[in-house]
Design a protein around this ligand. Structure first.
Ligand code: DSN
Length: 415
């Protein structure tokens, strides 16, 4: 980045500081990862110079001889990897992708049903502060108070009563598997379309360690940067019957020119995700999450739903007598990056909730395994215990740094 250093030393320095932070900390935010060098190179390429509104072979700008080929490669790889009829790789991120689906398949005021945010859903699944909860009539389901698992009786009763146009599965803080077959059964019973937002688990699906939504969902949305380990972007995958409506909703309905540098990086990501190495990584993400959950449970942490089946763990810190925000701040000082989060039926407010959300995709990308997860669980316990004792937290951060240097992160230099 010599030229950046010369042109804008201030931004250069901040990027280098962030780089050092990403190398020297244990990053447990379940939606983050380390994209490969190849993905970073495509993202930072000259493709950022191009405008190409439209789709391959149907553009509103001349000069698309290479862009058309790049987008076609990305589309074909997405179709093959996720076993779907149609792929749109242009959504700027997950939120616009979900918005495009509602815009394409439901009229304003039609009912949509999704998992509520305090129970692990996403803002764009119809939460009331999101445009998706204002333009469409949103009714939200939750998890069972005891088991913290999706309450399918509730979903079925709700669907029968509300007659939604779209039922949404998927979330951001649900540590269990999504039963797409069951959701599809309910959707069919009430004549609704099924949307599977697999943003968090796309990499696990590709790796064969999470059920596959393709046989059940009418439409699938996914970001490309979480377990899938690509650039910040998204895709909409669907059956042929919905292809035209989805494409029209993305462009010209909601977006202008696609971000071609991202499209190229998505293509690279999909190539990487089709390899045996990626499958091994996906299997290890789940093994690591289970090992970390086991260590935390043994140390008296209370886990929502009692554990995990996927890449993420939701901790209710109440048993440790620390609130989520304080816990996350102490952990950050100890070199362990997490995010505070609500837990189901949380008596506290979203800005200062009771929980912590963690996950294993990024540490798995660094090659860490079960032994390191047990060590991380030990450090987490110590750090939460020592919240407020900056010297003790700094000591843990030193140990964390030492371990991190032994596991070079993809896309980042070795120190
Ligand atoms: N904000 C993302 C997450 O952290 O899960 C979801 O969009």
């Amino acid at each position: 980045m010599d030229e950046l250093k010369r042109t804008d030393p201030e931004i250069f320095k901040l990027i280098k500081d962030e780089e050092r932070y990403e190398i020297d900390s244990i990053r447990l935010i379940p939606s983050e990862n380390y994209a490969s060098k190849a993905v970073l190179e495509a993202t930072g390429s000259i493709l950022t110079n191009k405008y190409s509104e439209g789709y391959p072979g149907r553009r509103y700008y001349e000069g698309q001889r290479y862009i058309d080929q790049i987008e076609t490669v990305a589309i074909e790889r997405a179709k093959a990897l996720f076993k779907v009829d149609h792929a749109n790789v242009q959504p700027y991120s997950g939120s616009p992708a979900n918005l495009a689906v509602y815009f394409a398949l439901a009229e304003p005021g039609n009912t949509i049903i999704g998992l509520s945010v305090p129970h692990g859903g996403h803002l764009t699944h119809g939460w009331n502060v999101s445009v998706t909860g204002k333009v469409w009539r949103s009714v939200q389901y939750g998890v069972d108070r005891e088991t913290h698992r999706i309450d399918f009786d509730l979903v079925r009763d709700m669907a029968k009563k509300e007659r939604p146009k779209i039922i949404i599965t998927g979330g951001t803080a649900y540590p269990r598997l999504w039963d797409f077959a069951k959701f599809s059964e309910i959707a069919k019973e009430v004549g609704a379309l099924l949307l599977a937002d697999i943003s968090h688990v796309a990499g696990l699906i590709v790796g064969g360690v999470h059920p596959d939504p393709a046989p059940y969902a009418d439409v699938i949305t996914t970001t490309t940067h979480k377990t899938l380990r690509g650039p910040r972007g998204a895709m909409i995958l669907c059956r042929n019957a919905h292809a035209d409506a989805i494409d029209r909703a993305v462009f010209p309905g909601l977006q202008g020119g696609p971000h071609n540098h991202t499209t190229a990086a998505i293509a690279v990501t999909l190539k990487e995700a089709a390899t045996p190495d990626f499958k091994r990584y996906a299997v290890q993400i789940v093994r690591n999450a289970k090992a970390l959950a086991e260590e935390l449970l043994a140390r008296g942490f209370q886990l929502v739903s009692g554990g995990t089946d996927n890449h993420l763990i939701l901790i209710d810190l109440t048993s440790k007598k620390v609130i989520g925000r304080k816990g996350a701040q102490a952990l950050d000082k100890a070199g362990i990056v997490t995010n505070y989060n609500t837990v189901p039926y949380d008596p506290r407010r979203p800005f200062s909730p009771s929980g912590l959300r963690i996950g294993t995709p990024a540490v798995t990308s660094r090659g860490m395994g079960e032994a390191e997860m047990h060590q991380i669980g030990k450090w987490m316990d110590e750090a939460v215990e020592k919240a407020g004792d900056d010297a003790a937290l700094a000591k843990i951060a030193g140990e964390v740094r030492e371990m991190c240097r032994k596991f070079p992160a993809p896309g980042l230099p070795t120190l």
